[in-house]
Design a protein around this ligand. Structure first.
Ligand code: MN
Ligand code: MN
Length: 473
């Protein structure tokens, strides 16, 4: 059948959006599925920023990467890692030019942290007080089996690692919710008020250490005794600790067609994993490549491990010094190109009213390119320049990568930020790009396998860029 003049016109003038799955044949889909098997292993292994840092360094070392400090001089082809306090990490491969192609993702995810003095006993139970980390919907964390991950520094300054609740034969920890039978009071409350932060108390024990009369808090003492026996720690040591409660569940396939993955921490471990894989599979003799894996994004990129710290300047400065370059840090960064590799919200048909249906990113629609994030009025947005958006989308088109463009949700419904604006302040071009997610920040975030794979292809194409002329003549 010949196409009508207007069918041809439509093809030429109107944005086409279809499922990214249509772009892959059966054999290619198998590649996507095996890519995602490894991705699920990463999700299960690296639930916290410390664990992700460890896995990333281990992976890089296996590929021959060496600690940055161990290089006296850096030459093209040299590959290094920079461990920033065991909570954020940078990988680098030196090119002929010091100007770089860089991705920045984050390896922290919303969760519950322990308070400095978390232990108490009440109603025949030993419990832990928590302080939530990042933007969570608190009700989702009640009645979810939790695992305990983290470190405790003992009184001699020795680091003790704790990881309980991941193996089938280990106990889990649970925050109880009130039974519906006697919860009438909640009927007139907002969700926010019905699920109080101070009620996020985790059950950890029930057996008193001894029958002996006169002793106080014998169940709590029993738990402290178990911990002391196993890790050599005391209650006071938890003041110098970083203990996180994360969902004990493992990454699982979703759907009869197994097209999706439900797992904790896909914001932003999906991008961390995809950038790591893309970085290690990229080739670029000309330009230097960096993959940054940041901590603290979920609480504003603060602290000495977040993107608002001077980690990027420090690494670039060390690299320039070790390659005897006369160029300044600012000069080099301003001529570099960056992808803020972070997830965005996927359109959820059940909650369609919270989205602008004409500007959504669909699950299975490919990697999402976001010119700006921020909230109502573009507040706090980096807002990539049109020239750079064009540069990136042309790159995606040239490499036949499925992508889409949209916003996180309705303009005045809220919003979200990424690290983009913290990197853009140095003058480099930055844009957000990553897979769309359903149920972001929940214990069971959902992502489409084709979207994370498209993100991987996009990051790889980006690392391979040798000519970063944003506005060719
Ligand atoms: Mn994120
Ligand atoms: Mn987030």
């Amino acid at each position: 059948m010949t196409k009508s003049k207007f069918a041809k016109l439509q093809e030429k003038l109107v944005i086409k959006q279809s499922s990214a799955w249509n772009n892959f044949n059966e054999k290619q889909r198998q590649t996507i599925f095996s890519f995602c098997e490894k991705y699920k292993e990463f999700l299960n292994e690296a639930k916290t920023e410390r664990e992700a840092t460890e896995v990333i360094i281990k992976t890089a070392k296996a590929k021959g990467f060496k600690e940055l400090d161990s290089f006296e001089n850096l030459n093209p082809g040299d590959s290094f890692f920079y461990n920033n306090k065991n909570k954020s990490v940078v990988l680098g491969i030196i090119g002929e030019e010091p100007e770089f192609n860089m991705t920045g993702s984050h390896i922290d995810s919303p969760r519950l942290d322990l308070k400095p003095r978390p232990f108490y006993e009440d109603g025949n139970l030993a419990l832990l007080k928590t302080h939530y980390y990042g933007g969570i919907k608190k009700h989702q964390w009640f009645e979810t089996p939790l695992a305990i991950h983290g470190i405790v520094m003992d009184k001699n300054g020795k680091k003790r690692e704790i990881r309980v609740g991941e193996n089938e034969d280990e106990p889990v920890f649970v925050i109880s919710d009130l039974l519906p039978h006697i919860d009438r009071k909640s009927d007139n409350k907002t969700v926010r008020d019905a699920f109080e932060a101070e009620n996020l108390n985790v059950i950890i024990g029930n057996i008193p250490i001894v029958k002996e009369e006169g002793l106080k808090e014998k169940i709590k003492l029993g738990i402290l005794s178990i911990l002391n026996e196993k890790y050599g720690i005391t209650e006071g040591d938890f003041i110098s600790a970083e203990i996180e409660l994360v969902p004990a569940t493992k990454a699982r396939d979703v759907g009869f067609d197994r097209a999706l993955i439900a797992a904790y921490g896909q914001d932003d471990k999906s991008c961390s994993y995809a950038t790591l894989k893309a970085f290690l599979n990229s080739e670029n003799k000309k330009r230097t490549r960096f993959a940054f894996f940041y901590d603290k994004e979920e609480i504003g990129s603060t602290g000495n491990t977040g993107a608002a710290s001077q980690l990027m300047e420090r690494v670039v400065e060390i690299v320039l010094r070790k390659r005897n370059s006369k160029k300044t840090v600012n000069e080099v960064i301003s001529k570099s190109i960056v992808l803020s590799a972070d997830v965005t919200s996927g359109f959820d048909p059940t909650f369609a009213g919270s989205f602008d249906a004409r500007n959504v990113n669909k699950i299975g629609g490919g990697v999402a390119v976001e010119k700006y994030t921020g909230s109502g009025g573009k507040y706090g947005a980096s807002d990539a320049n049109a020239e750079y958006v064009s540069f990136i989308t042309r790159l995606l088109n040239e490499n036949d990568i499925c992508w889409q463009a949209g916003e996180i949700g309705k303009v005045d419904e809220g919003g979200g930020g990424t690290i983009a604006y913290m990197i853009a302040k140095y003058g480099c071009d930055v844009i957000d790009i990553g897979p769309p997610v359903l149920g972001m920040h929940s214990p069971s975030e959902i992502i489409s396998k084709v979207d994370i794979y498209s993100a991987f292809l996009a990051y790889k194409a980006f690392f391979n860029v040798t000519n970063n002329e944003i506005t060719p003549g």
